[in-house]
Design a protein around this ligand. Structure first.
Ligand SMILES: O=c1ccn([C@@H]2O[C@H](COP(=O)(O)OP(=O)(O)O)[C@@H](O)[C@H]2O)c(=O)[nH]1
Length: 497
């Protein structure tokens, strides 16, 4: 066997010292980056919930809101996760059988039990806020309204949630919390952007709320609500007109037309061909009109439509007092209103009605809006019923009146003009959450909007990890360079072993 000379190239870096330094360096970088990733990683999502029941004059709705537990102070985080419409009328209609009011909530409460994980039930606050229907019942018969609250409270106490009480919310709260909801969902509060005004139309009351440079609360302070949210001060103008929801205004217009106690009323706000027998006692059975009941009055009257928008508007105008005003400017009924400013979101019945009439596009000139309502009102009732077989006839019969009322309220009541009418947006939802007072109410009661801007972490998670990685690599390179004196000499000649 011939002996072979083995020639090997020896890499000068393959010394024990450089290998150890490299291994320790790599381990250190990996450890540092791992700690940065794990330690600063957002926690796994744990949700919290809150439930609000909106006990309106015509119906009750339940809303469930959810938010990541660790982001309590962050805006735009609370979202509507579920809603449920209670079957039957509003709770104020159960004055003579209050237990049924409690009973009516059961189906939606069961849905809520399914929607909220059971381990969160106990800590989930549950609120019931009643609006204008109960305000009116409370004026008319406070014992009956107490009875209704007792019954619904009893029913809600048996739920697994943390029941926080049932109460009438004031018109001012309804207006202000509607405004908070709209601006919270639009992310305007945290960013300190120009706010959106809120227009809410219910069955028994209507609210207008907006911020105006011309209003600091000194003129008519009862219309002022001040907020400090995320470090910004807001001086909100808000007013709630009790009895100016569309159902009560309809009663007021009918009251106006039945002052002499006629047996037949020819109503321009209803379609030609529409006819129904209406009971005088039922019509006048609300504090909005009760003092005007003709005496003596027949038992009923024949309500017959003539379908005429212009005449309807003349009738609707009678419910407004445009003359008395002790302030520098008024909307109507002697109520102060600063000049309109900024964009507006119009929700609840504003949306239902304008959506049905295909009039949510506010770039349509006001004159064309009126023309479209004129045509709708002039369409015979038989044709309307044929055209919309799936819509409840009670709603269907009233859209001519409701559309006329909305346009009259906006333009003659609140003074919207052709110029600023396009600033109104008819909305139902914002980012999947319903526009209305309930979210603002819950945010307020759970202290979810801080007065001051929350402290932000100096860097987002991704940025933090990148910076730690870059610094770790730079340090490693620096260490390697600092060890230059012990670097092995590079030799061009291969070493022969
Ligand atoms: O699909 C619908 C649902 C509701 N409404 C009307 O919208 C109003 C909602 O009023 P709510 O019960 O919220 O009254 P509030 O208590 O706020 O006065 C009532 O006139 C309803 O008849 C409507 O026109 N279309």
């Amino acid at each position: 066997m011939s002996a072979q000379r083995e020639m090997k190239e020896k890499n000068p870096w393959h010394t024990p010292a450089t290998i150890i330094i490299t291994v320790i360096g790599v381990i250190a970088i990996v450890a540092l980056v791992t700690v940065a990733v794990l330690q600063n990683k957002p926690l796994p999502k744990k949700y919290k919930y809150g439930i609000v029941l909106d006990a309106g004059s015509s119906h009750t709705a339940l809303y469930i809101y959810g938010w990541p537990a660790e982001k309590v102070n962050d805006t735009g985080r609370v979202v509507q996760v579920h809603s449920c419409k209670v079957k039957g009328p509003g709770i104020s209609s159960y004055a003579s059988a209050p237990l049924n009011a409690g009973e009516s909530l059961k189906v939606c409460m069961l849905e809520a039990k399914d929607q909220v994980p059971s381990k969160r039930h106990q800590e989930t606050p549950l609120y019931l806020g009643a609006t204008a229907g109960m305000r009116l019942l409370n004026i008319e018969n406070s014992t009956a309204s107490d009875g209704v609250f007792q019954a619904v409270s009893q029913a809600l106490q048996t739920s697994p949630f943390s029941f926080q009480g049932a109460r009438i919310i004031s018109g001012q709260e309804e207006g202000a919390f509607g405004w908070v909801t709209v601006n919270y969902l639009d992310d305007r509060l945290k960013q300190g952007l120009e706010t959106t005004g809120a227009l809410d139309l219910g069955g028994a009351s209507t609210q207008i709320s907006f911020v105006s440079d011309n209003y600091d609360g000194s003129e008519s302070p009862k219309n002022s609500v001040t907020f400090r949210l995320y470090g910004n001060d807001y001086n909100l103008y808000t007013h709630s007109f009790l009895c100016y929801g569309k159902d009560q205004v309809l009663r007021m217009t009918l009251a106006h037309q039945t002052q002499s106690g006629p047996a037949t009323v020819l109503d321009p706000c209803f379609h030609r061909g529409y006819t129904a027998i209406k009971n005088y006692t039922v019509l006048y059975d609300t504090p909005c009109v009760s003092d005007r009941k003709p005496q003596p009055a027949p038992a009923s009257f024949n309500h017959t439509g003539t379908g005429d928008f212009q005449e309807c508007q003349r009738v609707v105008r009678n419910v407004f007092n445009f003359t008395d005003c002790k302030y520098s400017r008024c909307s109507f009924n002697g109520v102060f209103q600063p000049s309109l400013q900024g964009p507006f979101g119009a929700f609840s019945a504003y949306y239902f009605v304008m959506n049905f009439l295909n009039l949510t596009d506010t770039s349509t000139p006001l004159e064309d809006v009126k023309k479209k309502i004129t045509n709708y009102c002039a369409t015979p009732w038989e044709q309307i019923k044929e055209q919309y077989p799936h819509i409840k006839q009670k709603y269907l019969a009233e859209y001519c009146f409701s559309g006329t009322y909305i346009i009259t309220l906006l333009t003659e009541g609140y003074n919207f003009t052709s110029e600023n009418y396009p600033n109104i947006k008819f909305i139902k939802k914002i980012k999947d959450s319903d526009a209305g007072w309930t979210l603002g109410y819950m945010l307020n009661l759970t202290n979810m909007i801080p007065a001051e801007a929350p402290d932000k972490p100096p860097l987002p998670h991704g940025g933090y990890v990148s910076i730690v990685t870059i610094i770790a690599i730079l340090l490693f390179v620096l260490i390697i360079f600092s060890l230059r004196p012990i670097w092995p000499r590079c030799s061009k000649r291969p070493q022969i072993i």
